[in-house]
Design a protein around this ligand. Structure first.
Ligand SMILES: [Zn+2]
Length: 339
């Protein structure tokens, strides 16, 4: 494998850059990454190396210098913006981790989450990156336009008032909220293809008709994380949001007692015969993807058989439905994905 040159992997320090001063780019894909993502501690499979791994893979394949890829600037999200999606008490609790001492960690949000003194900064950067990605994509005069945030910690299990499942602030939900509020969008689709249900995102938009939340996930009749009834297909939204929530839970049956054969063919069938049609009818102005790659072949938790190429096939087809896409990484790509 070719050596990664220092120049190629140098990460811009976005701390003092004003994203408004960043040049408008015609490049089709904007990447959002900051090395400080590594300062937040490992949480089981959600590890510091995952962002670095993706960054290195992009560099090895010379994609960072490609004429189609732009490295974008972003800042930490403002605290008052966080409180438009999350409760003040949750925001304050997460920010309080900043008072931890060097090397000290806490467990304020249950067994799945670990915090250190850098967690608030990392979580605000992650939310800031998805917010900036949304702004850049929505306001760009160039299409197609896609943005990909590689920041951590992830967000899709975070509800309005609770952090859980390695997640702190709900990055996808924050981007969707401000797409509606700041740019008056009326139809935002959030596709959550992570193998786990995006229960936090669902809860936040359950009564909204402006956000269509669609999740494909293992459920196993409630025996798979996050172990909630609301991950089932019977949860379709309520009040104004009725009909704007769609879960596709993979379940075992009496004949088949494991889901390890669920793979590319099943996912492709599902999208081609059901989900693409529903998406097209909704006619989204923006698609936000909670992009977990744990349904891919070889993932130790997902244990499914989706080929890596499926994700690029899916993205190509999503852009036919809506040319503006923001992807928020949920779980690392697997070793070998870019090799
Ligand atoms: Zn997951």
């Amino acid at each position: 494998m070719e050596e990664i040159s220092e120049e190629n992997t140098k990460i811009q320090d976005s701390e003092h850059k004003d994203p408004d001063q960043c040049e408008e780019t015609e490049k089709q894909l904007c990447i959002y990454y900051d090395e400080r993502a590594k300062l937040h501690p490992d949480n089981h499979e959600e590890i510091q190396l995952r962002s670095q791994f993706i960054w290195d893979a992009l560099a090895e394949n010379k994609l960072l210098k490609s004429d189609r890829v732009h490295l974008s600037c972003f800042n930490q999200i403002e605290v008052e913006d966080l409180t438009q999606v999350h409760t003040t008490s949750l925001v304050q609790k997460i920010l309080s981790a900043g008072e931890l001492k060097d090397g000290e960690t806490s467990k304020m949000f249950g067994e799945e989450n670990t915090e250190n003194k850098h967690t608030p900064e990392c979580a605000r950067l992650a939310a800031g990156s998805s917010l900036q990605a949304m702004k850049d994509v929505v306001t760009s005069p160039f299409t197609p336009k896609a943005a990909f945030s590689l920041m951590r910690p992830p967000g899709h299990h975070a509800t309005e008032g609770h952090a859980d499942g390695y997640c702190f602030f709900n990055n996808a939900a924050i981007a969707a909220h401000f797409a509606i509020k700041s740019y008056n969008l009326k139809r935002v689709l959030i596709l959550d293809w992570d193998v786990h249900h995006g229960d936090g995102t669902q809860e936040i938009f359950y009564e909204s008709s402006k956000v269509f939340f669609m999740s494909v996930h293992r459920w196993e009749n409630g025996k798979y994380f996050p172990y909630k009834d609301c991950s089932n297909y019977t949860y379709l939204g309520s009040k104004q949001g009725e009909g704007f929530n769609l879960n596709v839970p993979w379940n075992t049956t009496e004949e088949e007692d494991d889901l390890s054969e669920i793979g590319t063919k099943e996912y492709q069938f599902l999208f081609e015969n059901l989900l693409f049609g529903i998406m097209a009818e909704f006619d989204p102005e923006l698609i936000i993807v909670s992009a977990g790659f744990d349904s891919a072949k070889g993932d130790p938790l997902g244990l499914q058989q989706v080929d890596h190429e499926f994700y690029s096939w899916l993205c190509v087809n999503l852009q036919k439905i809506c040319p503006k896409i923001v992807m928020v990484i949920r779980r690392r790509l697997l070793n070998g994905y870019f090799s």
